[in-house]
Design a protein around this ligand. Sequence first.
Ligand code: FE
Length: 132
Amino acid sequence: MSKKTVSKDELRERLTPVQFEVTQNADTERAFSGEYCDMKDPGTYRCVVCDEALFSSDTKYDSASGWPSFYEAMDDDAVERRSDISHGMARTEAVCTGCGAHLGHIFDDGPQPTGERFCMNSASLRLDRDAN
Ligand code: FE
């Protein structure tokens, strides 16, 4: 999958300040502040920057962390994993494969069947609700 080229100027216009800082500068939204933290509507969570399909609501669960959490990505190619040693911690950063936007981090304390917790920022996502 090729990286999409995204203009920072265009993003500053289109995104909220929080969405810009999280996706472009790897900031983290305040816990329990994001619009998708407690969201239970069915649909597909897409990258707020490039619209890539990243997570299905079927894999969303309540982690009580204050951030929307999923036990797996839409497919193995949708979310790229990178080593992150910032802030004095060794973590796995989750990045949108489509555009390089920062999404959040991946931890090993999630539920089965994967045992992983994709701890995401609401600010990186846009819920594409299922038609009903
Ligand atoms: Fe993206």
